[in-house]
Design a protein around this ligand. Structure first.
Ligand code: BG6
Length: 479
């Protein structure tokens, strides 16, 4: 299918991953444990992470831990990057694992082996003219900071993060220009363990500690933005939001108001602070209503103003439909933000509702509110793949999903939205974040690794590999 609308010249096409979901090598290179290492694989992951008595120990007798080996990018990055280059990637979004650089998080000196590993990865990318886009923290906080400091509840962690950011900016200043601070920062509202490094053990933890932890992350992000600008001339530093437009279930004004409240809190609160550099009025009202009193030190609010991000990056998988009063049967499945089932939408095998128009709506909403460039750094379909007898993987369902979403992004560009790039999620199969499964595959590249840990780790090109190669080659003209 040939389309008329055009993507801008220099549009950054590529793929995205996170260190904890693909690297493996969990006890190699002087690396410390991080929060993802103690989360078991399979649907049990959710139960474990929600258990108020979860003590972060690894119990190999009872559970499997797929992140420990993952897809072994740690040893195979050259082969994988060569495949990315063959697809024509202009960019690759990845994360640096904090616990490879500072194994416990609170050391004074970094781990040289960890720095060297990322030096090698960046060199390999640059060899193929692939521009790295690097997330500083993607659901992989050093476990020691979680256990000893209560994650981002503690203001001390801001200092540790500053040291980490300064270290990697200094080391990689000539190799990396695009940086993201915290992956899906707003997800901390739904799964604080991943984003904020603690879990809600008691009901009273829900408000005060959560928003205090957010305040600390906002400071850390602002510090990183300032430092990055000073240390890396020409750098561009973005925030990263999990975005899903919130639809009211119907035109009942009560439901419309409820959807608006959900949208403000989940979709706009973090972006407002990171892009506009200040707490929005609605959140101050929300704080009052819920008796939240943030501990704000002198200079904090100025710092937020000085550390505004240059662009917004986002993930988009699905939309969310909301109703004020809902019964448990109405609930949809989904990533962290599922509302109730939308009768107009089909869902993936994991119940995530597929909504390309919701993607166009999201891009319009974000651009209209902030007027800064947008970078889509996650989007894709998690699905079961079958290897045919001839060894091929005919993933037409993935191609259909991506085609419709890329078309929606093109439509948004026609609507006037300024876009920097698109990196589809899990460009190579990796461990899923929510369920710790290998069978939930997103990649253009198949990896022979299974939920029970078996597999040769051999890489195979799926049908979508060739399709995406064509999309990039024609700058999105061929879909
Ligand atoms: C995003 C995360 O929420 O969704 C990724 O940033 C994650 O880390 C992706 O992998 C897809 O979710 P899942 O649970 O299917 O892996």
């Amino acid at each position: 299918m040939i389309n008329k609308a055009k993507f801008p010249e220099g549009f950054l096409w590529g793929g995205a991953t996170a260190a904890n979901q693909l690297e493996g090598g969990y006890n190699e290179g002087g690396r410390g444990l991080n929060i993802a290492d103690v989360l078991p694989g399979g649907k049990i992951r959710k139960t474990v992470r929600q258990n108020p008595n979860f003590d972060y120990t690894i119990d190999k007798e009872t559970y499997t831990y797929p992140n420990h080996e993952a897809i072994d990018f740690y040893h195979r990055y050259k082969e994988d990057i060569a495949l990315f280059a063959e697809m024509g990637f202009k960019t690759y979004r990845m994360s640096i694992m904090w616990s490879r650089i500072f194994p416990n998080g609170d050391e004074l000196e970094p781990n040289e082996e960890g720095l060297q590993f990322y030096d090698n990865v960046f060199d390999e990318l640059l060899k193929y003219n692939i521009e790295p886009v690097v997330t500083l923290s993607h659901y992989e906080m050093p476990l020691h900071l979680v256990k000893e400091y209560g994650g981002w509840r503690s203001r001390e962690v801001v200092t540790f993060f500053e040291r980490y950011a300064k270290t990697v900016f200094h080391r990689f200043k000539d190799k990396v220009k695009y940086w993201l601070t915290f992956n899906e920062i707003n997800s901390g509202l739904k799964i604080p363990l991943y984003g904020l490094g603690f879990h809600i053990q008691k009901e009273e933890d829900k408000y005060q500690p959560t928003f205090q932890a957010f305040h600390h992350q906002f400071l850390a992000s602002a510090i990183a933005v300032k430092l990055g600008h000073e240390m890396i001339p020409g750098s561009k530093i973005g925030c990263m939001l999990l975005y899903a437009p919130v639809y009211a279930y119907d035109s009942n004004p009560e439901n419309v108001m409820y959807a608006l409240e959900e949208k403000r809190l989940f979709n706009y609160f973090c972006g407002d602070v990171q892009v506009r550099g200040k707490y929005p009025r609605f959140i101050n009202q929300y704080f009052k209503k819920n008796q939240i009193e943030l501990e704000i030190h002198d200079g904090d609010l100025e710092l937020l103003k000085e550390g505004k991000v240059d662009f917004i990056s986002l993930s988009y998988y699905m939309s969310r439909t909301e109703k004020k009063e809902k019964s448990p049967e109405e609930h949809g499945a989904g990533n962290m933000i599922s509302g109730i089932k939308n009768p107009f939408l089909q869902a993936s095998d994991w119940g995530w509702e597929i909504d390309p128009t919701g993607f166009r709506i999201s891009l319009n909403e974000l651009y209209e509110r902030y007027e800064v460039p947008l970078f889509v750094v996650e989007n894709g379909l998690g699905a079961y793949d079958t290897v045919e007898e001839d060894g091929s993987i005919q993933d037409d369902y993935r191609i259909d999903y991506l085609r419709e979403h890329i078309q929606a992004m093109k439509d948004a560009i026609e609507d006037g939205v300024e876009m920097m790039g698109y990196t589809s999620w899990g460009c190579i199969d990796l461990v899923s974040a929510s369920t710790g499964e290998m069978s939930k595959r997103y990649g253009f590249i198949y990896v022979d690794k299974h939920d029970d840990g078996s597999g040769t780790l051999e890489r195979k090109k799926k049908k979508s590999f060739y399709w995406y190669q064509n999309v990039i080659q024609t700058n999105g003209e061929y879909l």
